[in-house]
Design a protein around this ligand. Structure first.
Ligand SMILES: Nc1ncnc2c1ncn2[C@@H]1O[C@H](COP(=O)(O)OP(=O)(O)OP(=O)(O)O)[C@@H](O)[C@H]1O
Ligand SMILES: [Mg+2]
Length: 358
């Protein structure tokens, strides 16, 4: 019985009382989509590959998403292809990205719950069209409120950097498709440089170098696996030159052929990407106001899966004299930052919030 003595009121009130509203933070990455759900002062984290399976003649007809779609890579019937909805960090196909986001939301919430607020990380140099696309797919996927936040700022929030201070702090997010270098002070983005190069380009270059050097074609997945296992970048420090064996296809005989990949070859393959990132870093340093140098010197963090390459820290120091800390959870900080904003946008100072949502 309700306090009003009106049975109808109970019936109306109960269903609304049972609706659990959630907030979710989602990092829609080129390679991985990471979902962070605030849970007390921690996060529940989930990850799915950013892959969908579609009909070849109708790329918007999505048949499978995430793990299921990834398993279909290379094994699909002729009329089905597995593709990535994002290229170089940017949404390429709205219907595909939406399917990915719907799956991400399904994973992040329990049945019967709804998503009240969702915050999506987008590249720092995203155009209005790209921002609108992210907001549109969030709304179409069923979220009540959709906010977009720059991945760099989200990474800084997720990594617990002192973003609100006036001294400055920097995040370098080296992902699969792109690299963002972001300077933050007083809670807002002070400067940003986006380089459309990342781990994917290294994998591609490994494949090319093996073909040039040994006349053997290897799969891009093997190239990536070798990079993750023994990858490094050229730097002043001495790292062991390790090896990794793969079986490829001889381009002379069409037969299987063993190739031994070493860390040096991977460092060569990574060189164009590393140089592009260092060019970006130099541009940032050239523009950096002297007032922020101390903060950037003390608080620069590298995130993103490609920051795990051995020698990255040393190479950045060789080329810029900036000591960089590599995040211990490089692949989830962006999602965590978006989840923090999703859980409590008011936790950010109003001015900071406005900049974050820009
Ligand atoms: N141990 C490792 N060593 C080198 N590279 C790695 C390692 N682990 C993951 N990577 C690379 O990190 C990249 C994926 O990182 P991440 O999940 O941050 O990218 P993303 O967010 O999907 O991409 P983007 O931010 O560009 O849209 C891939 O290129 C992957 O090969
Ligand atoms: Mg990323």
């Amino acid at each position: 019985m309700s306090i009003f003595g009106n049975e109808d009121a109970i019936e109306i009130e109960q269903p609304t009382a049972r609706v659990v509203k959630n907030s979710l933070g989602i990092d829609l990455g080129t390679l991985n989509t990471v979902i962070a759900k605030p849970s007390g002062d921690k996060f529940d984290l989930y990850q799915i590959p950013s892959v969908v399976a579609v009909k070849k003649d109708d790329p918007s007809a999505v048949l499978a998403v995430g793990e299921e779609a990834k398993k279909m890579l290379g094994r699909t019937p002729e009329d089905i292809v597995a593709v990535r909805p994002l290229k170089k960090g940017v949404i390429e196909n709205i219907a595909q990205a939406q399917a990915l986001l719907i799956r991400a939301m399904e994973i992040g919430i329990n049945e019967g719950e709804i998503v009240g607020r969702i915050v999506i990380g987008i590249p720092g140099d995203a155009s209005e069209v790209e921002k609108n696309a992210a907001e549109e797919i969030g709304r179409k996927a069923g979220a009540e409120t959709v906010l977009v936040v720059s991945e760099g700022l989200a990474a800084a929030i997720g990594a617990g950097l002192p973003i609100a201070e006036p001294n400055g702090t920097m995040v370098i997010d080296i992902g699969a498709g792109s690299t963002d270098l972001v300077v933050i002070s007083l809670g807002g983005i002070n400067d940003i440089e986006t380089v459309r190069f990342g781990g994917d380009d290294i994998d591609q270059r490994i494949v090319e170098l093996i073909a040039e050097k040994y006349n053997v074609a290897i799969s891009i997945h093997d190239a990536e696996a070798a990079k993750m296992e023994i990858g490094m970048v050229h730097c002043s420090a001495d790292f062991e030159n390790q090896t990794y064996e793969v079986i490829g296809k001889s381009l002379e005989t069409n037969r299987p052929k063993k190739v031994v990949i070493d860390s040096m070859l991977i460092a060569d393959a990574a060189e164009p990407v590393i140089n592009a990132v260092i060019d970006g870093l130099n541009i940032i340093l050239e523009r950096l106001p002297a007032e922020l140098m101390m903060g950037v010197y003390k608080n620069t963090v590298a995130v993103g899966g490609s920051s795990r390459l051995k020698g990255i820290k040393e190479r950045f120091f060789d080329e810029s004299d900036i000591p960089i800390t590599i995040s211990d959870d490089p692949m989830t900080v962006v999602a965590k930052g978006t989840a923090i904003v999703a859980a409590e946008p008011l936790a950010l100072e109003p001015e900071v919030r406005l900049k974050a949502m820009k």
